[in-house]
Ligand binder design. Structure first.
Ligand code: SF4
Length: 630
Protein backbone atom coordinates (compact mmCIF):
# COMPACT_ATOMS: atom_id res chain seq x y z
CA UNK A 1 0.00 0.00 0.00
CA UNK A 2 1.31 3.40 -0.95
CA UNK A 3 0.37 6.13 1.55
CA UNK A 4 1.15 9.81 0.95
CA UNK A 5 0.88 12.38 3.77
CA UNK A 6 0.64 16.09 3.05
CA UNK A 7 0.48 19.30 5.07
CA UNK A 8 -0.41 22.34 2.96
CA UNK A 9 1.10 25.69 4.00
CA UNK A 10 -0.38 28.94 5.23
CA UNK A 11 -1.28 30.91 2.06
CA UNK A 12 1.08 33.81 1.55
CA UNK A 13 2.28 36.38 -0.95
CA UNK A 14 5.98 36.05 -0.05
CA UNK A 15 7.91 33.20 -1.64
CA UNK A 16 11.27 33.42 0.05
CA UNK A 17 10.78 33.56 3.83
CA UNK A 18 10.72 30.38 5.90
CA UNK A 19 7.23 28.93 5.50
CA UNK A 20 6.78 27.52 9.01
CA UNK A 21 4.93 24.50 7.63
CA UNK A 22 6.76 21.61 9.31
CA UNK A 23 4.76 18.39 8.71
CA UNK A 24 5.47 17.10 12.20
CA UNK A 25 2.13 15.28 12.56
CA UNK A 26 2.64 13.48 9.26
CA UNK A 27 6.17 12.50 10.24
CA UNK A 28 4.91 11.09 13.57
CA UNK A 29 2.41 8.94 11.63
CA UNK A 30 5.06 7.73 9.19
CA UNK A 31 7.28 6.75 12.10
CA UNK A 32 4.42 4.98 13.89
CA UNK A 33 3.64 2.92 10.77
CA UNK A 34 7.25 2.17 9.83
CA UNK A 35 7.07 -1.49 10.89
CA UNK A 36 3.82 -2.33 9.07
CA UNK A 37 4.56 -4.88 6.36
CA UNK A 38 3.69 -3.99 2.79
CA UNK A 39 3.09 -0.32 3.59
CA UNK A 40 5.18 2.57 2.23
CA UNK A 41 4.46 5.94 3.82
CA UNK A 42 5.76 9.01 2.03
CA UNK A 43 5.66 12.41 3.78
CA UNK A 44 5.66 15.15 1.14
CA UNK A 45 8.68 17.24 2.18
CA UNK A 46 8.10 20.79 3.36
CA UNK A 47 10.55 21.99 0.70
CA UNK A 48 7.98 20.99 -1.92
CA UNK A 49 4.62 21.09 -0.12
CA UNK A 50 5.13 24.66 1.06
CA UNK A 51 6.47 26.04 -2.20
CA UNK A 52 4.54 24.46 -5.05
CA UNK A 53 1.35 25.90 -6.53
CA UNK A 54 -1.82 23.85 -6.86
CA UNK A 55 -1.20 22.34 -10.29
CA UNK A 56 2.46 21.47 -9.74
CA UNK A 57 1.83 19.96 -6.30
CA UNK A 58 -1.13 17.91 -7.52
CA UNK A 59 0.95 16.54 -10.36
CA UNK A 60 3.76 15.64 -7.95
CA UNK A 61 1.28 13.87 -5.65
CA UNK A 62 -0.30 11.85 -8.42
CA UNK A 63 3.13 10.83 -9.69
CA UNK A 64 3.56 9.01 -6.37
CA UNK A 65 0.61 6.72 -7.31
CA UNK A 66 -1.01 6.84 -3.87
CA UNK A 67 -3.57 4.33 -2.57
CA UNK A 68 -4.27 6.57 0.43
CA UNK A 69 -3.61 10.30 0.88
CA UNK A 70 -3.69 11.82 4.38
CA UNK A 71 -3.99 15.57 4.95
CA UNK A 72 -3.17 17.50 8.11
CA UNK A 73 -5.89 20.13 8.08
CA UNK A 74 -5.74 23.49 9.81
CA UNK A 75 -8.06 26.45 9.31
CA UNK A 76 -5.59 27.91 6.80
CA UNK A 77 -5.49 24.89 4.50
CA UNK A 78 -8.80 23.03 4.90
CA UNK A 79 -10.45 24.47 1.77
CA UNK A 80 -7.38 23.78 -0.36
CA UNK A 81 -7.11 20.27 1.12
CA UNK A 82 -10.73 19.59 0.11
CA UNK A 83 -9.94 20.77 -3.42
CA UNK A 84 -6.91 18.46 -3.56
CA UNK A 85 -8.94 15.57 -2.13
CA UNK A 86 -11.57 15.88 -4.89
CA UNK A 87 -8.99 16.12 -7.65
CA UNK A 88 -7.00 13.16 -6.35
CA UNK A 89 -10.12 11.02 -6.02
CA UNK A 90 -11.19 11.90 -9.57
CA UNK A 91 -7.74 11.23 -10.98
CA UNK A 92 -6.76 7.98 -9.26
CA UNK A 93 -9.48 6.94 -6.80
CA UNK A 94 -7.18 7.06 -3.77
CA UNK A 95 -8.87 6.95 -0.35
CA UNK A 96 -8.62 10.22 1.59
CA UNK A 97 -8.04 10.72 5.33
CA UNK A 98 -8.22 14.06 7.16
CA UNK A 99 -6.54 14.64 10.52
CA UNK A 100 -5.46 17.78 12.39
CA UNK A 101 -7.12 20.55 14.39
CA UNK A 102 -9.96 21.15 11.91
CA UNK A 103 -11.29 17.65 12.53
CA UNK A 104 -13.94 18.18 15.18
CA UNK A 105 -17.46 16.87 15.51
CA UNK A 106 -18.93 20.37 15.12
CA UNK A 107 -17.09 21.36 11.93
CA UNK A 108 -19.38 21.09 8.88
CA UNK A 109 -16.63 22.07 6.42
CA UNK A 110 -14.74 18.79 6.69
CA UNK A 111 -17.76 16.66 5.74
CA UNK A 112 -17.28 15.85 2.09
CA UNK A 113 -17.84 12.95 -0.28
CA UNK A 114 -14.17 13.20 -1.06
CA UNK A 115 -13.07 12.32 2.49
CA UNK A 116 -13.28 8.69 3.62
CA UNK A 117 -12.15 9.00 7.24
CA UNK A 118 -11.52 11.72 9.79
CA UNK A 119 -9.06 11.36 12.65
CA UNK A 120 -9.67 13.55 15.68
CA UNK A 121 -6.84 14.32 18.11
CA UNK A 122 -3.70 12.15 18.23
CA UNK A 123 -3.24 10.19 15.01
CA UNK A 124 -0.61 7.48 15.46
CA UNK A 125 -2.75 4.61 16.77
CA UNK A 126 -5.75 5.32 14.51
CA UNK A 127 -3.47 5.62 11.50
CA UNK A 128 -1.92 2.20 12.15
CA UNK A 129 -5.38 0.66 12.45
CA UNK A 130 -6.66 2.35 9.31
CA UNK A 131 -3.68 1.26 7.27
CA UNK A 132 -3.58 -2.31 8.50
CA UNK A 133 -7.34 -3.03 8.79
CA UNK A 134 -8.53 -0.79 5.96
CA UNK A 135 -10.57 2.38 5.83
CA UNK A 136 -14.25 2.29 6.86
CA UNK A 137 -16.90 1.93 4.16
CA UNK A 138 -18.71 5.02 5.38
CA UNK A 139 -17.00 8.20 6.57
CA UNK A 140 -16.44 8.31 10.32
CA UNK A 141 -14.63 10.42 12.89
CA UNK A 142 -12.12 8.14 14.59
CA UNK A 143 -10.13 8.75 17.71
CA UNK A 144 -7.71 6.84 19.96
CA UNK A 145 -4.86 7.81 22.27
CA UNK A 146 -1.37 7.39 20.83
CA UNK A 147 -0.07 5.94 24.10
CA UNK A 148 3.50 4.62 23.81
CA UNK A 149 3.55 5.43 20.08
CA UNK A 150 4.06 8.99 21.32
CA UNK A 151 5.38 8.72 24.87
CA UNK A 152 8.06 6.10 24.14
CA UNK A 153 9.06 7.28 20.68
CA UNK A 154 12.00 9.34 19.56
CA UNK A 155 11.28 12.48 17.58
CA UNK A 156 10.79 11.74 13.85
CA UNK A 157 13.57 14.25 13.13
CA UNK A 158 16.00 11.57 14.27
CA UNK A 159 14.79 9.28 11.46
CA UNK A 160 15.36 11.95 8.81
CA UNK A 161 11.65 12.42 8.13
CA UNK A 162 11.79 16.23 8.38
CA UNK A 163 13.94 19.06 7.04
CA UNK A 164 15.22 21.17 9.96
CA UNK A 165 17.50 23.20 7.68
CA UNK A 166 14.54 25.10 6.21
CA UNK A 167 13.76 26.89 9.45
CA UNK A 168 17.09 26.10 11.18
CA UNK A 169 14.78 24.75 13.85
CA UNK A 170 13.54 21.58 15.50
CA UNK A 171 10.00 21.18 16.88
CA UNK A 172 9.85 18.86 19.87
CA UNK A 173 6.83 17.75 21.89
CA UNK A 174 7.40 16.92 25.55
CA UNK A 175 3.69 16.43 26.32
CA UNK A 176 0.29 16.45 24.66
CA UNK A 177 -2.92 17.77 26.13
CA UNK A 178 -3.38 20.80 28.31
CA UNK A 179 -4.69 21.17 31.85
CA UNK A 180 -6.32 24.51 31.04
CA UNK A 181 -9.64 25.18 29.31
CA UNK A 182 -9.34 28.48 27.45
CA UNK A 183 -12.59 29.27 25.64
CA UNK A 184 -11.02 30.17 22.28
CA UNK A 185 -8.66 27.20 22.07
CA UNK A 186 -9.18 24.05 20.00
CA UNK A 187 -6.63 22.14 22.06
CA UNK A 188 -9.30 21.42 24.68
CA UNK A 189 -10.64 18.44 22.83
CA UNK A 190 -7.66 16.33 23.80
CA UNK A 191 -7.08 18.01 27.12
CA UNK A 192 -8.64 15.19 29.12
CA UNK A 193 -6.01 12.80 27.74
CA UNK A 194 -2.70 14.27 28.77
CA UNK A 195 0.30 12.28 27.85
CA UNK A 196 3.91 13.01 28.71
CA UNK A 197 6.85 11.95 26.55
CA UNK A 198 9.45 9.92 28.37
CA UNK A 199 12.24 12.30 29.41
CA UNK A 200 15.03 10.20 27.88
CA UNK A 201 13.34 10.31 24.48
CA UNK A 202 12.90 14.06 24.62
CA UNK A 203 16.52 14.52 25.67
CA UNK A 204 17.63 12.35 22.74
CA UNK A 205 15.95 14.96 20.56
CA UNK A 206 17.69 17.85 22.30
CA UNK A 207 21.04 16.12 21.95
CA UNK A 208 20.40 15.46 18.27
CA UNK A 209 19.54 19.12 17.63
CA UNK A 210 22.73 20.30 19.38
CA UNK A 211 24.82 17.79 17.42
CA UNK A 212 23.24 19.00 14.17
CA UNK A 213 24.22 22.58 15.05
CA UNK A 214 20.63 23.83 14.77
CA UNK A 215 20.00 27.44 15.71
CA UNK A 216 16.75 26.86 17.62
CA UNK A 217 14.58 24.24 19.25
CA UNK A 218 10.90 24.88 19.99
CA UNK A 219 9.26 22.79 22.70
CA UNK A 220 5.75 22.55 21.29
CA UNK A 221 3.96 22.01 24.59
CA UNK A 222 0.81 24.08 24.93
CA UNK A 223 2.13 25.15 28.31
CA UNK A 224 5.62 24.00 29.19
CA UNK A 225 5.14 24.92 32.84
CA UNK A 226 2.58 22.09 33.05
CA UNK A 227 5.19 19.40 32.31
CA UNK A 228 5.71 17.17 35.36
CA UNK A 229 9.16 17.37 36.95
CA UNK A 230 9.97 20.43 34.91
CA UNK A 231 12.95 21.51 36.98
CA UNK A 232 14.87 18.25 36.63
CA UNK A 233 13.97 18.23 32.92
CA UNK A 234 15.37 21.74 32.48
CA UNK A 235 18.55 20.77 34.36
CA UNK A 236 19.05 17.86 31.97
CA UNK A 237 18.49 20.13 28.96
CA UNK A 238 21.01 22.63 30.40
CA UNK A 239 23.62 19.87 30.66
CA UNK A 240 23.16 19.00 26.97
CA UNK A 241 22.94 22.60 25.71
CA UNK A 242 25.77 23.62 28.02
CA UNK A 243 27.37 25.99 25.54
CA UNK A 244 23.97 27.53 24.75
CA UNK A 245 24.75 27.12 21.11
CA UNK A 246 21.05 26.58 20.46
CA UNK A 247 18.26 28.97 21.43
CA UNK A 248 15.26 27.33 23.13
CA UNK A 249 11.68 28.50 22.70
CA UNK A 250 8.31 27.49 24.13
CA UNK A 251 4.98 28.67 25.55
CA UNK A 252 4.34 29.21 29.26
CA UNK A 253 2.11 31.03 31.73
CA UNK A 254 4.02 34.03 33.10
CA UNK A 255 2.38 33.69 36.55
CA UNK A 256 4.04 30.28 36.95
CA UNK A 257 7.56 31.73 36.81
CA UNK A 258 9.54 31.87 40.05
CA UNK A 259 13.12 33.16 40.35
CA UNK A 260 14.36 29.56 40.54
CA UNK A 261 12.44 28.51 37.44
CA UNK A 262 13.61 31.60 35.53
CA UNK A 263 17.22 30.70 36.45
CA UNK A 264 16.69 27.22 35.06
CA UNK A 265 15.14 28.51 31.85
CA UNK A 266 18.17 30.77 31.40
CA UNK A 267 20.66 28.00 32.22
CA UNK A 268 18.97 25.67 29.69
CA UNK A 269 19.40 28.26 26.95
CA UNK A 270 15.89 29.68 26.55
CA UNK A 271 15.92 32.85 24.48
CA UNK A 272 12.19 33.41 23.87
CA UNK A 273 8.92 32.38 25.46
CA UNK A 274 5.42 32.96 24.14
CA UNK A 275 2.93 34.13 26.72
CA UNK A 276 -0.80 34.50 26.18
CA UNK A 277 -2.19 37.43 28.11
CA UNK A 278 -5.09 37.95 25.66
CA UNK A 279 -6.80 40.70 27.68
CA UNK A 280 -6.68 42.54 30.97
CA UNK A 281 -10.49 42.93 31.09
CA UNK A 282 -11.74 40.87 34.08
CA UNK A 283 -15.12 40.00 32.55
CA UNK A 284 -13.49 38.79 29.32
CA UNK A 285 -10.94 36.75 31.27
CA UNK A 286 -13.76 35.12 33.16
CA UNK A 287 -15.76 34.31 30.03
CA UNK A 288 -12.74 32.74 28.31
CA UNK A 289 -12.02 30.73 31.46
CA UNK A 290 -8.49 32.12 31.65
CA UNK A 291 -7.84 34.56 34.46
CA UNK A 292 -4.48 36.21 34.85
CA UNK A 293 -3.23 37.80 38.06
CA UNK A 294 -1.66 40.87 36.54
CA UNK A 295 0.79 41.45 39.41
CA UNK A 296 2.09 37.87 39.09
CA UNK A 297 2.17 38.24 35.28
CA UNK A 298 4.37 41.36 35.60
CA UNK A 299 6.65 39.65 38.12
CA UNK A 300 7.11 36.69 35.77
CA UNK A 301 7.83 38.97 32.83
CA UNK A 302 10.41 40.91 34.89
CA UNK A 303 12.15 37.70 35.95
CA UNK A 304 12.52 36.66 32.32
CA UNK A 305 13.72 40.08 31.21
CA UNK A 306 16.35 40.22 33.97
CA UNK A 307 17.80 37.00 32.56
CA UNK A 308 17.78 38.18 28.97
CA UNK A 309 14.88 35.94 27.90
CA UNK A 310 12.58 37.72 25.45
CA UNK A 311 8.83 37.23 25.72
CA UNK A 312 6.24 37.47 22.99
CA UNK A 313 2.84 38.40 24.36
CA UNK A 314 -0.45 37.68 22.61
CA UNK A 315 -3.56 39.84 22.79
CA UNK A 316 -6.95 39.00 21.26
CA UNK A 317 -9.32 41.65 19.91
CA UNK A 318 -13.05 40.94 20.13
CA UNK A 319 -13.22 38.54 23.07
CA UNK A 320 -16.68 38.06 24.56
CA UNK A 321 -17.05 40.45 27.49
CA UNK A 322 -14.46 42.85 26.08
CA UNK A 323 -15.07 46.12 24.26
CA UNK A 324 -12.93 48.65 22.43
CA UNK A 325 -12.10 50.53 25.64
CA UNK A 326 -11.10 47.24 27.31
CA UNK A 327 -8.91 46.25 24.38
CA UNK A 328 -7.20 49.64 24.42
CA UNK A 329 -6.64 49.28 28.17
CA UNK A 330 -4.90 45.93 27.51
CA UNK A 331 -2.61 47.61 24.97
CA UNK A 332 -2.00 50.49 27.38
CA UNK A 333 -1.11 48.00 30.10
CA UNK A 334 1.60 46.53 27.87
CA UNK A 335 2.90 50.00 26.95
CA UNK A 336 2.87 51.28 30.53
CA UNK A 337 5.06 48.36 31.61
CA UNK A 338 7.45 48.64 28.66
CA UNK A 339 6.40 45.29 27.25
CA UNK A 340 5.90 46.39 23.65
CA UNK A 341 8.94 44.72 22.04
CA UNK A 342 7.05 41.68 20.78
CA UNK A 343 3.27 41.89 21.02
CA UNK A 344 1.03 39.96 18.64
CA UNK A 345 -2.59 41.02 18.21
CA UNK A 346 -5.12 38.60 16.75
CA UNK A 347 -8.76 39.26 16.02
CA UNK A 348 -10.73 36.43 17.65
CA UNK A 349 -11.30 33.33 15.50
CA UNK A 350 -14.30 31.25 16.55
CA UNK A 351 -12.65 27.92 15.83
CA UNK A 352 -14.46 24.60 15.53
CA UNK A 353 -14.18 22.45 18.62
CA UNK A 354 -13.84 25.40 21.00
CA UNK A 355 -16.01 26.40 23.91
CA UNK A 356 -16.68 29.73 22.16
CA UNK A 357 -17.95 27.91 19.06
CA UNK A 358 -20.32 25.84 21.21
CA UNK A 359 -21.57 28.91 23.02
CA UNK A 360 -21.46 31.33 20.09
CA UNK A 361 -25.20 31.97 20.09
CA UNK A 362 -25.36 32.52 23.87
CA UNK A 363 -22.35 34.84 23.73
CA UNK A 364 -23.75 36.73 20.74
CA UNK A 365 -20.70 35.98 18.59
CA UNK A 366 -21.39 36.74 14.95
CA UNK A 367 -18.58 35.08 13.00
CA UNK A 368 -17.79 34.16 9.42
CA UNK A 369 -18.44 30.45 8.79
CA UNK A 370 -15.44 30.29 6.45
CA UNK A 371 -11.88 29.77 7.76
CA UNK A 372 -10.31 31.28 9.75
CA UNK A 373 -13.78 31.98 11.17
CA UNK A 374 -13.10 35.62 12.16
CA UNK A 375 -15.56 37.16 14.56
CA UNK A 376 -17.44 39.96 12.80
CA UNK A 377 -19.16 41.55 15.77
CA UNK A 378 -20.05 40.79 19.36
CA UNK A 379 -22.59 42.52 21.63
CA UNK A 380 -19.80 44.91 22.75
CA UNK A 381 -17.45 44.99 19.77
CA UNK A 382 -18.83 46.39 16.52
CA UNK A 383 -17.40 45.60 13.10
CA UNK A 384 -15.86 49.09 13.01
CA UNK A 385 -14.35 48.64 16.47
CA UNK A 386 -11.99 46.00 15.09
CA UNK A 387 -10.45 48.48 12.69
CA UNK A 388 -10.07 51.03 15.49
CA UNK A 389 -8.57 48.38 17.78
CA UNK A 390 -5.93 47.35 15.25
CA UNK A 391 -5.11 50.96 14.36
CA UNK A 392 -4.72 51.78 18.05
CA UNK A 393 -2.50 48.75 18.69
CA UNK A 394 -0.26 49.56 15.72
CA UNK A 395 0.28 53.17 16.76
CA UNK A 396 0.65 52.49 20.52
CA UNK A 397 2.95 49.50 20.04
CA UNK A 398 4.84 51.09 17.15
CA UNK A 399 4.53 48.06 14.90
CA UNK A 400 2.88 46.86 11.71
CA UNK A 401 0.66 43.95 12.73
CA UNK A 402 0.12 42.77 9.16
CA UNK A 403 3.21 43.81 7.19
CA UNK A 404 3.11 43.82 3.42
CA UNK A 405 5.01 41.15 1.51
CA UNK A 406 8.71 41.77 1.00
CA UNK A 407 9.73 43.45 -2.22
CA UNK A 408 11.09 40.79 -4.56
CA UNK A 409 11.36 42.16 -8.09
CA UNK A 410 14.50 40.54 -9.43
CA UNK A 411 14.04 39.26 -12.94
CA UNK A 412 17.50 39.04 -14.51
CA UNK A 413 20.31 36.59 -13.97
CA UNK A 414 23.72 36.00 -15.40
CA UNK A 415 23.50 32.35 -14.38
CA UNK A 416 22.54 30.25 -17.43
CA UNK A 417 19.14 28.54 -17.13
CA UNK A 418 18.15 30.49 -13.99
CA UNK A 419 15.93 32.96 -15.79
CA UNK A 420 14.78 32.45 -19.37
CA UNK A 421 12.74 34.85 -21.50
CA UNK A 422 9.57 33.09 -20.33
CA UNK A 423 10.14 32.74 -16.63
CA UNK A 424 12.25 32.34 -13.54
CA UNK A 425 13.05 28.78 -12.58
CA UNK A 426 13.51 27.87 -8.94
CA UNK A 427 16.73 26.28 -7.70
CA UNK A 428 16.86 22.87 -6.00
CA UNK A 429 14.69 21.50 -4.46
CA UNK A 430 12.28 23.35 -6.74
CA UNK A 431 14.17 22.70 -9.95
CA UNK A 432 11.70 22.90 -12.79
CA UNK A 433 9.16 25.00 -10.87
CA UNK A 434 8.49 28.51 -12.15
CA UNK A 435 8.27 31.36 -9.64
CA UNK A 436 7.94 34.26 -12.11
CA UNK A 437 6.25 34.38 -15.50
CA UNK A 438 7.90 37.13 -17.51
CA UNK A 439 5.67 38.74 -20.13
CA UNK A 440 8.05 41.01 -22.02
CA UNK A 441 5.71 40.28 -24.92
CA UNK A 442 2.56 38.14 -25.15
CA UNK A 443 3.28 34.42 -24.79
CA UNK A 444 1.28 31.86 -26.77
CA UNK A 445 -1.59 30.15 -24.85
CA UNK A 446 0.02 26.70 -24.98
CA UNK A 447 3.20 28.01 -23.40
CA UNK A 448 1.26 29.83 -20.69
CA UNK A 449 -0.67 26.67 -19.89
CA UNK A 450 2.58 24.73 -19.61
CA UNK A 451 4.03 27.36 -17.27
CA UNK A 452 0.81 27.43 -15.19
CA UNK A 453 1.28 23.75 -14.36
CA UNK A 454 4.74 24.40 -12.94
CA UNK A 455 4.12 27.45 -10.79
CA UNK A 456 5.29 27.93 -7.21
CA UNK A 457 3.21 29.05 -4.22
CA UNK A 458 2.99 32.04 -4.47
CA UNK A 459 4.13 33.24 -7.89
CA UNK A 460 4.55 36.47 -9.81
CA UNK A 461 3.61 37.61 -13.30
CA UNK A 462 5.70 40.49 -14.64
CA UNK A 463 4.05 42.51 -17.40
CA UNK A 464 5.98 44.87 -19.68
CA UNK A 465 4.23 47.44 -21.89
CA UNK A 466 4.45 45.21 -25.00
CA UNK A 467 2.24 42.62 -23.25
CA UNK A 468 -0.05 45.10 -21.52
CA UNK A 469 -3.12 44.56 -23.66
CA UNK A 470 -6.11 44.22 -21.28
CA UNK A 471 -7.87 41.51 -23.29
CA UNK A 472 -4.72 39.44 -23.61
CA UNK A 473 -3.96 39.82 -19.91
CA UNK A 474 -7.46 38.81 -18.84
CA UNK A 475 -7.22 35.65 -20.94
CA UNK A 476 -3.75 34.92 -19.61
CA UNK A 477 -4.82 35.41 -15.98
CA UNK A 478 -7.83 33.21 -16.46
CA UNK A 479 -5.68 30.41 -17.92
CA UNK A 480 -3.05 30.56 -15.23
CA UNK A 481 -5.38 30.85 -12.21
CA UNK A 482 -7.87 28.24 -13.40
CA UNK A 483 -5.45 25.45 -12.57
CA UNK A 484 -4.14 27.24 -9.46
CA UNK A 485 -7.33 28.33 -7.70
CA UNK A 486 -5.83 28.51 -4.20
CA UNK A 487 -2.40 29.96 -4.99
CA UNK A 488 -1.91 33.68 -4.22
CA UNK A 489 -0.11 35.75 -6.86
CA UNK A 490 1.49 39.11 -7.47
CA UNK A 491 1.07 41.06 -10.71
CA UNK A 492 4.00 43.36 -11.41
CA UNK A 493 3.49 46.08 -14.01
CA UNK A 494 6.81 47.34 -15.36
CA UNK A 495 6.31 50.90 -16.44
CA UNK A 496 2.80 51.94 -15.49
CA UNK A 497 -0.62 51.24 -14.04
CA UNK A 498 -2.46 47.96 -14.71
CA UNK A 499 -3.94 48.16 -18.22
CA UNK A 500 -7.72 48.35 -18.06
CA UNK A 501 -7.58 48.80 -14.28
CA UNK A 502 -7.16 46.36 -11.41
CA UNK A 503 -10.89 45.59 -11.09
CA UNK A 504 -11.14 44.49 -14.69
CA UNK A 505 -8.12 42.18 -14.33
CA UNK A 506 -9.44 40.77 -11.07
CA UNK A 507 -12.68 39.84 -12.77
CA UNK A 508 -10.68 37.38 -14.90
CA UNK A 509 -8.89 35.77 -11.95
CA UNK A 510 -10.30 32.31 -11.16
CA UNK A 511 -9.27 32.03 -7.51
CA UNK A 512 -11.51 30.28 -5.01
CA UNK A 513 -13.42 32.97 -3.11
CA UNK A 514 -13.48 33.91 -0.37
CA UNK A 515 -9.80 33.07 -0.26
CA UNK A 516 -8.31 32.41 3.17
CA UNK A 517 -6.35 35.68 2.85
CA UNK A 518 -9.60 37.61 2.21
CA UNK A 519 -10.94 36.62 5.60
CA UNK A 520 -7.70 36.54 7.54
CA UNK A 521 -7.20 40.23 6.80
CA UNK A 522 -10.84 41.32 6.82
CA UNK A 523 -10.41 43.53 9.88
CA UNK A 524 -7.25 45.15 8.55
CA UNK A 525 -8.85 45.82 5.18
CA UNK A 526 -12.55 46.15 6.02
CA UNK A 527 -13.85 46.96 2.52
CA UNK A 528 -14.87 43.81 0.69
CA UNK A 529 -12.33 42.89 -1.90
CA UNK A 530 -9.37 40.93 -2.90
CA UNK A 531 -6.46 40.01 -0.61
CA UNK A 532 -4.91 37.17 -2.58
CA UNK A 533 -3.73 39.13 -5.63
CA UNK A 534 -1.15 41.84 -5.00
CA UNK A 535 -0.59 44.52 -7.63
CA UNK A 536 2.83 46.17 -7.82
CA UNK A 537 3.27 49.13 -10.14
CA UNK A 538 6.88 49.91 -11.09
CA UNK A 539 7.28 53.40 -12.52
CA UNK A 540 10.07 55.81 -13.43
CA UNK A 541 7.85 58.72 -12.34
CA UNK A 542 9.22 60.96 -9.60
CA UNK A 543 6.04 60.69 -7.51
CA UNK A 544 3.98 57.59 -6.81
CA UNK A 545 0.45 56.93 -8.02
CA UNK A 546 -2.22 55.97 -5.54
CA UNK A 547 -1.33 53.14 -3.15
CA UNK A 548 -4.23 51.02 -1.96
CA UNK A 549 -4.60 47.98 0.27
CA UNK A 550 -3.44 45.60 -2.41
CA UNK A 551 -1.63 47.92 -4.81
CA UNK A 552 1.85 49.21 -4.08
CA UNK A 553 3.88 51.78 -5.95
CA UNK A 554 7.58 51.20 -6.60
CA UNK A 555 10.08 53.60 -8.11
CA UNK A 556 12.13 52.15 -10.97
CA UNK A 557 15.69 53.42 -10.47
CA UNK A 558 17.37 53.21 -13.88
CA UNK A 559 19.97 55.94 -13.69
CA UNK A 560 23.61 55.29 -14.52
CA UNK A 561 24.64 55.23 -10.85
CA UNK A 562 23.33 53.67 -7.67
CA UNK A 563 21.08 56.01 -5.64
CA UNK A 564 22.66 58.29 -3.04
CA UNK A 565 21.21 58.78 0.44
CA UNK A 566 19.41 62.02 -0.41
CA UNK A 567 17.96 60.45 -3.56
CA UNK A 568 16.65 57.52 -1.50
CA UNK A 569 15.12 59.97 0.95
CA UNK A 570 13.41 61.85 -1.91
CA UNK A 571 11.67 58.59 -2.88
CA UNK A 572 10.24 58.05 0.57
CA UNK A 573 6.63 58.37 -0.64
CA UNK A 574 7.00 55.18 -2.67
CA UNK A 575 6.37 51.75 -1.17
CA UNK A 576 9.73 50.63 -2.51
CA UNK A 577 12.58 51.09 -4.98
CA UNK A 578 13.66 48.70 -7.74
CA UNK A 579 17.39 49.27 -8.34
CA UNK A 580 17.96 48.27 -11.93
CA UNK A 581 21.22 48.43 -13.79
CA UNK A 582 24.31 46.50 -14.89
CA UNK A 583 26.26 47.43 -11.78
CA UNK A 584 29.71 46.06 -11.12
CA UNK A 585 29.77 43.66 -8.18
CA UNK A 586 32.16 45.75 -6.09
CA UNK A 587 29.98 48.87 -6.53
CA UNK A 588 26.94 46.90 -5.33
CA UNK A 589 28.93 45.47 -2.39
CA UNK A 590 29.91 48.96 -1.27
CA UNK A 591 26.38 50.34 -1.68
CA UNK A 592 24.75 47.45 0.16
CA UNK A 593 27.27 47.55 3.01
CA UNK A 594 26.43 51.22 3.46
CA UNK A 595 22.65 51.01 3.25
CA UNK A 596 21.86 47.60 4.77
CA UNK A 597 22.23 48.80 8.40
CA UNK A 598 19.68 51.52 7.61
CA UNK A 599 17.24 49.21 5.79
CA UNK A 600 14.48 49.44 8.45
CA UNK A 601 14.26 53.20 7.91
CA UNK A 602 14.46 53.13 4.09
CA UNK A 603 11.77 52.37 1.53
CA UNK A 604 11.83 48.64 0.70
CA UNK A 605 14.59 47.85 -1.83
CA UNK A 606 14.87 45.16 -4.49
CA UNK A 607 17.47 44.62 -7.20
CA UNK A 608 16.66 43.56 -10.75
CA UNK A 609 19.70 41.28 -10.81
CA UNK A 610 18.99 37.99 -9.00
CA UNK A 611 22.43 37.74 -7.44
CA UNK A 612 22.35 41.31 -6.12
CA UNK A 613 18.85 40.79 -4.79
CA UNK A 614 19.81 37.56 -2.98
CA UNK A 615 22.78 39.32 -1.46
CA UNK A 616 20.59 42.22 -0.26
CA UNK A 617 18.10 39.85 1.36
CA UNK A 618 20.92 37.98 3.05
CA UNK A 619 22.26 41.26 4.47
CA UNK A 620 18.90 42.65 5.62
CA UNK A 621 16.64 39.71 6.45
CA UNK A 622 18.82 36.63 6.10
CA UNK A 623 17.71 34.85 9.27
CA UNK A 624 14.07 34.78 8.25
CA UNK A 625 14.68 33.50 4.73
CA UNK A 626 14.92 30.08 3.22
CA UNK A 627 17.54 31.44 0.88
CA UNK A 628 17.70 28.86 -1.89
CA UNK A 629 14.29 29.89 -3.19
CA UNK A 630 14.71 33.66 -3.15
S1 SF4 B 1 -4.71 28.32 24.91
FE1 SF4 B 1 -2.93 27.18 25.61
S2 SF4 B 1 -3.22 27.06 27.83
FE2 SF4 B 1 -5.24 27.55 26.98
S3 SF4 B 1 -6.27 25.58 26.65
FE3 SF4 B 1 -5.20 26.11 24.77
S4 SF4 B 1 -3.26 25.10 24.87
FE4 SF4 B 1 -4.09 25.18 26.95
Amino acid sequence: MNVVLLQLPIPRLDLGPQPGCVPLGAACLAQAAADLPGVAVHVVPESRAAFLGDAALLEALLALRPDVVGFTVFCWNVRRALFFARRIKQACGARIVFGGPEVTADNPIIRSDAVDAHVCGEGEAVFRTLISAGLPDTPQILSAPAGPLFSDADSPYLSGLLEPAIENLMLLETQRGCPYRCGYCYYNKSADRRSVAEAGRVLNGVRWAVDQGLGELFFLDPSLNARPELTSFLDAVAAINSEKSMGLLSEIRAEAITPQLADRFAAAGFTWLEIGLQTTTPRAQQLMNRTTRLDAFLKGMALLKQRGIAAGVDLIAGLPGDDLAGFKASVDFMAAHHLTDDVQVFPLSVLPGTDFRHRAADLGLDFDPEPPYPVIRTPRFSNEDFQSALDYAESRLGTALFPRPDLNLHHRSRRPGDITPEGHYGPAPLAGAVSKILLEKPQPPARLERLARRLTHPYQIFVWPAAADPDYLRRALSRVTEVNPFTPLELVFMGGAPPGGAASLLSAVRLHRPHYLDLELRHRYPAPGNRAVLFTVVTTDAAPGRSTDMMRQVHWWRKDRLPAADEMAALDDFDGILVDGPWAQDAVDTWQARFAPRAPTLPAVSFSDARHHRQWVRRTAGGAYYLPVV
